[in-house]
Design a protein around this ligand. Sequence first.
Ligand code: AMP
Length: 267
Amino acid sequence: MIGLVPTMGALHAGHMALVERARKECAPVYASIFLNPAQFGPKEDLSKYPRPLEVDVEKLTAAQVDGLFLPTAGEMYPHEFSTYVHVEGLSEKLEGKSRPGHFRGVATVVLKLFEIVRPDYAYFGRKDAQQVRIIQKMAKDLNLDVELVICPTVRETDGLAMSSRNAYLDTEERRAATVLFRALKAAEKELCAGVRDTLALQHAMRKVLDGEKHARVDYAEIVDAETFEPVVRVGPASYAALAVRVGNTRLIDNMLIHAGDEVSVEL
Ligand code: AMP
């Protein structure tokens, strides 16, 4: 069974957890590093995105991946390239609203990676919950013969979700960046106290976020885990989803909520 771990490089423990999981379940395991220009907006951080290629290769070698796919932008998008995948609806919500065209770029490159590598299993992180949902929808709609494996978010000891973009944070911003995790924990506390109303949960998150002077909220919403539509009450599967700018760095995080008679969360 072929396993694929697609990444944009600047590898951290979150990426390596995907590789480890793939190694347990598949052989051979391939990783890809491709900083996909199609998923960056014109004012986004493509040019300053970290590219520590040698260190990445060392990490993947130590993790015993069987192969690394390292295409150039010109190979993936040759001169006359003109075909894109657009997963309608889901791609316009939350991240899609803030980053027009982002998910078109993601879906297109992931479909290309699937076609080139032909994996049986492909490994993604829940940190990018909407991305993986869109890829799932694409796989279903286009009858792709690949199984997606969704892995939990790997965090720093203070709760900050690992991200290649954390490298942009200075010391003060790095401290402030824990506000996303703190906001999600505040929502968890309300859920455990029996709150199901999403306005009240959003209010709890906002209160924490508004208390952090380095943070500017892009969105802090509770949505259905399948459709990413806002919900009035948390249901069997919802996401609390956050996008927050800390200084100039845009960070995202989420918490998966299962609410019925009992409530549980995945952070
Ligand atoms: P990226 O290099 O940011 O495109 O991420 C490549 C893959 O790693 C995606 O499936 C991400 O969801 C996943 N990923 C990124 N950060 C984390 C994390 N902190 N924990 C688990 N998976 C992650």
